[in-house]
Write a new protein. Structure first.
Length: 294
């Protein structure tokens, strides 16, 4: 008589209880309240741009008593120079800055991430060290340099450094992304006779669209919103960017046009909003994959 082996029966795990519905409601309510608090200044600015001038600061309601678009017309044509000129100046500086950052920083990042040269780690550490130097420390030496070159009151001080890979943050961001791309692709391309430049152009750049888009978006937003740089180097009103143009609506010695200021401030957010809207997928992908192995 043979004994049949006993098979152990494992009891099914107890069902996982779902989240408390009340806790979920409270969390969503807190997030909605925080979102409203964050966008309230933006909503107030948009509301102030379409309400009569005498109601801008006298009413606390977001809904104006009457809709008045005269602030947009007055803000666009009320200055000695059309506000469209400031838009064009900001667009030129922003596009050139994005082009310079993407080109120069990607080349520098490719060299640090994929090429082997003497002192690579040392120069990479020096590059990272520049992130800890405040901008105001180098402001005066840079201004003296650009003044001696005759570049003051031109866009050159705002644009030329971007073509020399001066933004260490973007270099570091791209280096982390490039290191995640398999080196087998480089080796296979070298076996086919590709030079380092061709590997960079044909392999690295097409695979790095997310991080390049991330650098382009941040560079565009930071340049479009920059006030301090144009304030230092631009003197002629014809060269003013949007941020300097907005400052002209407020005058401590005379009457300030608050309606025109809020109207033009609202318009100045439109390019940034659409730029982010069109490239948000690449931005999220670039941030999510940076520093991670692919």
């Amino acid at each position: 008589m043979t004994d049949t082996p006993m098979t152990s029966v494992t009891a099914p795990p107890p069902p996982v209880s779902g989240r408390n519905p009340m806790a979920s409601v409270l969390i969503h309510a807190a997030l909605i309240a925080a979102s409203i608090a964050m966008i309230y200044p933006l909503l107030w600015m948009v509301s102030a741009s379409i309400r009569p001038e005498d109601e801008i600061f006298s009413s606390t309601s977001l809904l104006p008593s009457s809709v008045d678009f005269s602030s947009y017309i007055r803000g666009w044509f009320g200055l000695d120079i059309s506000f469209g000129r400031f838009f064009w100046n900001s667009l030129v500086v922003s596009v050139l800055t994005v082009t310079g950052n993407v080109m120069a920083c990607s080349l520098a990042a490719y060299a640090f991430a994929r090429l082997r040269f003497k002192g690579r780690n040392f120069w990479f550490a020096i590059m990272l060290g520049t992130l800890m130097i405040p901008y105001h420390v180098t402001l005066i030496p840079q201004y003296v340099l650009f003044l001696n070159l005759g570049w003051v009151d031109t866009y050159l001080p705002l644009v030329v450094p971007k073509f020399l890979a001066s933004d260490a943050f973007f270099i570091f961001l791209m280096v982390q992304f490039f290191r995640g791309i398999p080196r087998e692709l480089d080796e296979a391309a070298m076996m086919d006779g590709c030079s380092p430049w061709r590997i960079y152009w044909k392999i690295m750049l097409p695979l790095s669209l997310p991080v390049l888009a991330t650098a382009a978006i941040f560079s565009f937003i930071w340049t479009w919103d920059d006030f301090f740089g144009p304030l230092i180097y631009l003197n002629d009103m014809n060269n003013y960017t949007i941020q300097l143009g907005l400052r002209t609506f407020v005058d401590s010695s005379s009457t300030s046009d608050w309606g025109g200021l809020f109207a033009m401030s609202t318009l100045s957010l439109v390019p940034v909003f659409f730029f982010f809207l069109f490239f948000q997928r690449l931005l999220i992908e670039g941030i999510a994959t940076t520093g991670m192995k692919r």
